[in-house]
Design a protein around this ligand. Sequence first.
Ligand code: BDR
Ligand code: CA
Length: 312
Amino acid sequence: KRKVIIDCDPGIDDSLALLLAINSPELEILGITTCSGNVPAKMGAENALYTLHRFSNENIDVYVGEENPLKRELVTAQDTHGEDGLGENFYEILINKKIKCGGVDFIIETLKNNKDVSIIALGPLTNIAKALMKDKKAFNNLDEFISMGGAFRIHGNCSPVAEFNYWVDPHAADYVYKNLPKKIHMVGLDVTRKIVLTPNIIEFINRLDKDLAKYITQITRFYIDFHWEQEGIIGCVINDPLAVAYFINRSLCSGFESYVEIVEDGIAMGQSVVDSFNFYKKEPNSVVLTQTNEKEFMYMFLKRLFPSHVDK
Ligand code: BDR
Ligand code: CA
């Protein structure tokens, strides 16, 4: 098993990523941390705990991290994910377990106390930047770092050039790209935009008589409406689960190593600038993923969530 911390901002697709993670025997989830992004950090933590409480038997703790981006004012994506971050189902948070505080310290302590921890970041990089600023040495123990974020050859989803996670906290993202002692696996929009829950898949899930199927149908409804209204797409793009899937199975995405920086302000704020032609002659700090096998991903995703209903 590989030890991981999942840093996230649930969020509809974050919740789907958590569902994939808890159904993946390769992972030992040491804890979940949240930062503000799709929703404020505390709400994200409650949502993570709700998903875990309902669908996992393991005792995984959830820690609230940073409530605000390093320098910018927080802009959430509640128009996309719903006021409650889970598609406006307003689930009753009936959990006797409490969310914990100190997400940043949890990241640092966990890295210090374990030799080979990886981090899968599914939201803005505020917690990671803060942890790095506080204790860079702890990151010597980091195994791998996967970040859902950025865009290389593809249009942004917050501006012509910026993807949401890096746009929300560009200063944190740039700090992490410049200071992390390991290469960042950038699972950006180039690959995640290919991961779509199509009407066929949704209809299929809809028909499965399981609490999990009901939950997925409920939380994605709002997201599907959003995609129709904003983009004229039937179905919804689910970004975050691909980062988890890629961590488990490297053959799901491919790309190239490159030097990347994140633009901190101005019209290109949040853009991930990928020096793919090596103009700046800098050591690569990232693996930029550009290709994915979306069918293999979807098979893995559905098979793990609904093992008795899915076969190739
Ligand atoms: C990212 O932004 C969020 O809305 C999603 O959860 C995902 O992490 C995609 O740009
Ligand atoms: Ca997210």
